[in-house]
Structures are given as C-alpha cells and as structure tokens.
Design a protein around this ligand. Structure first.
Ligand code: ZN
Length: 319
C-alpha cells in the first residue's frame, strides 16, 4: 500500500473465544487463531480496554488505533479532544444460541454504569434456511412483561423474526435480542460493553449458571415493544449503487455491491469503517479482499471502487 498519510488504514482482526462460537471465522474468513473451535467473535475494528486494533499496512503500519485516535485527530474529523473512539465492529459466528440480552441507552448507562449505552446493528453474512433471530418482546404492558419473566414464559415473551442472508437489523437500546445457532453476522455497535443478560436457557458454565442482570434488564426494556417490527431491512440494492441502511444518533450504515466500477465520493465529515464482506477489488487502486476491515480517513475520496465485491460502511455521528 502507498506510504501516504491520507490513505486507507487496514486493521488486524482479533479472534476471541466463546463457548457458543464456531470455526467459520478461521476456516471461511482466514482470521488467525491457535484454536480451531469456539471462535465466536472477531473484533475487527476496536479501540478499548479489551482489544486495540493494530494497523497492518500503509503510512501508519505498526501503530495501534488508540495511538492514531489520540495523535492524529485529523484522520477522524474528531471534534472533541477527550472523546472515546465511538464505534466497535465485530463479526460473530454462532454455533450455539447466545443468551437473551438487552442494552441500556446512553442516559441509563451514564447514570448507572458510567459508560455509554449500546445501540447496535447486524448484517447477516450467513444463516441456515428458516433462521430466526430473537428481537423484541410480545408483552402488552410492563406488568405482563415482568410477570412473564418471573414465570419464565420465554416462549411467549420473546419475539422471533425470520431472517435470511443479506438482511440488516437495527437493534435499538431497550430491545431484547439474541443471535441464534448457525447465524453469522457483521455487527456495528457503540463502543460500549454494557450488556444485561436476562435469560441463558438455564445453561451452566463451569458447573454454574452465568450471571443474570434481571433487574437492570427489566428497567431498560422497552414495553410495549416499539422497534422490532420495523427492525429488518432486506438489502437488495442495484449493483454499484450505494444503499443507506440506517441512520441513527450514533452511526449511519451503508452497503454497496460492486460489479464493475462505482464512485461514491465523500459520505461523511467524520470517517468511515469499511468491511469487505464478499469478493475482491480495488479502491483508488488499492487491493481489497474479503475479510478486510479498514478505516477511510476523513476527507479521503472514494472515487473509484472496482471489482466484484460487497462492502459495508459505517460512519460515526459525533455528539
Ligand atoms: Zn447486543
């Protein structure tokens, strides 16, 4: 890659083991790990205590994302000096079912956890036929919601939504949700770790059930559910045409399928996180391939995308 300051910033994905994880992140995406199974998460673009992404090529090769965020604010169009890196991008490979959880919004998380809340979204990379995800709840009011939880009427309470490969789902804070077995997805979320687990299928880990956070989960859940009905977007845009998937107070997400040549110019006054989820090609002459995640710095023009590939793009919205 060319050694110019204002160019792409590719980052090294880090695999994280999870009991429910599969092996596709290694076998189908080529991410490195000493383990062969239980590879549940790939932290693709991360700047926090758990994972600090390493730049693998270009002018900033060898630096960590946290360094760039601090030392090179112009790359990010950053407005506030002390702000934390806004987003976190992961890939998830669920061999088993994940626990049912809910995230707080910024107001609740700020008050109770001294943290940002978590808004997140999913792009389905692969899933079994007739797959369903858990998104939302069926309770008509809070009394019924609390009763269904106390009486463990999970089948009645949890809303299941059919999905297929290529679908996109926006998960608002306060929405009960869970990824189900066989689903593989790309997740963009606020850079926050606040998760309230409300049900774990009564499973045991090391001989005991995992901790639940029922009180907090019941506090933050939105009842009746307002968002889940419209949470799914079927992506079926035309080739070489950018499709905006969602615009929220924290991020905007687009997808584009390239087949030939496209130009998308400048989308944001912050920066972009791009994930190549299918195929290969070039951006302004720079080689791209499936599984690459990179930052497009503020002001870098996406003038010439070519090849046969699909790229998902995320831009943060600054406060
Ligand atoms: Zn979540």
């Amino acid at each position: 890659m060319k050694q110019v300051r204002n160019s792409l910033i590719p980052l090294k994905p880090v695999l994280v083991s999870r009991v429910w994880g599969g092996k596709r992140l290694k076998t189908e995406w080529g991410y490195e790990s000493e383990k062969d199974e239980g590879l549940g998460e790939c932290w693709a673009v991360s700047c926090n205590q758990q994972v600090d992404s390493l730049v693998t090529d270009g002018f900033y090769s060898g630096k960590y994302l946290s360094q760039l965020w601090k030392e090179e604010p112009q790359l990010f169009g950053k407005k506030e000096k002390d702000a934390e890196f806004p987003l976190l991008v992961k890939m998830i490979d669920a061999k088993g079912d994940l626990s049912i959880q809910v995230h707080p919004d910024d107001a609740y998380a700020g008050k109770h956890e001294h943290s940002k809340g978590k808004r997140e979204c999913w792009y389905i990379l692969d899933c079994p036929e007739n797959a369903e995800l858990i998104v939302g709840n069926n309770a008509t009011d809070r009394e019924e919601f609390n009763r269904m939880i106390k009486e463990k009427k999970w089948g009645q309470l949890l809303k299941r939504i059919p999905v297929k490969t290529g679908d996109f789902l926006q998960i608002e804070p306060g929405t009960l949700h869970a990824i189900t077995s066989g689903v593989e997805l790309l997740e963009v979320q606020q850079n926050s770790d606040v998760t309230y687990r409300i049900y774990d299928y009564d499973r045991q880990e090391n001989g005991k059930p995992r901790e639940l956070h029922l009180r907090q989960g019941m506090d933050v859940a939105i009842v009746p559910d307002m968002f889940s009905e419209k949470s799914v977007i079927h992506t079926a845009g035309r080739d070489n045409l950018l499709q905006k998937l969602v615009s929220t107070p924290d991020y905007t997400i687009w997808t584009i399928g390239i087949n030939g040549v496209a130009s998308i110019g400048r989308l944001t006054d912050s920066f972009l996180i791009c994930s190549v989820i299918k195929g290969s090609g070039r951006l302004n002459g720079i080689e791209l391939e499936k599984g690459m995640h990179f930052i497009v710095p503020n002001g870098y023009p996406m003038d010439r995308l070519e090849g046969k590939m699909r790229i998902n793009l995320a831009a943060p919205v600054y406060d």
